[in-house]
Design a protein around this ligand. Structure first.
Ligand SMILES: [Zn+2]
Length: 83
């Protein structure tokens, strides 16, 4: 039974469209096991890059927060020193 490349639902043999999402099915001869690992690897790599991007943004935010905290502490120290 072929598997929908869009939603992953198994589609009955001979069906031209996915019963779940309506995506047009490729012929069983071309959509063999050779094309499936490519899709999964692409999805996992994009997911990884998205996670990495999120982590980068988090560290960036942390850096900004730390810099802001340091600046404010420095400002308070200078304020106390001059008072
Ligand atoms: Zn589908």
């Amino acid at each position: 039974m072929p598997i929908c490349q869009h939603c992953g639902v198994t589609v009955p043999d001979g069906a031209f469209y996915c019963l779940n999402c309506g995506t047009a099915m490729k012929s069983p001869a071309t959509s063999s096991s050779a094309s499936q690992p490519q899709v999964t690897s692409q999805e996992s790599s994009s997911e990884m890059s998205a996670r990495l991007e999120k982590a980068m943004r988090r560290t960036e935010l942390l850096t900004y927060a730390a810099a802001g905290l340091g600046a404010s502490i420095l400002f308070v120290i200078i304020l106390i020193a001059f008072l």
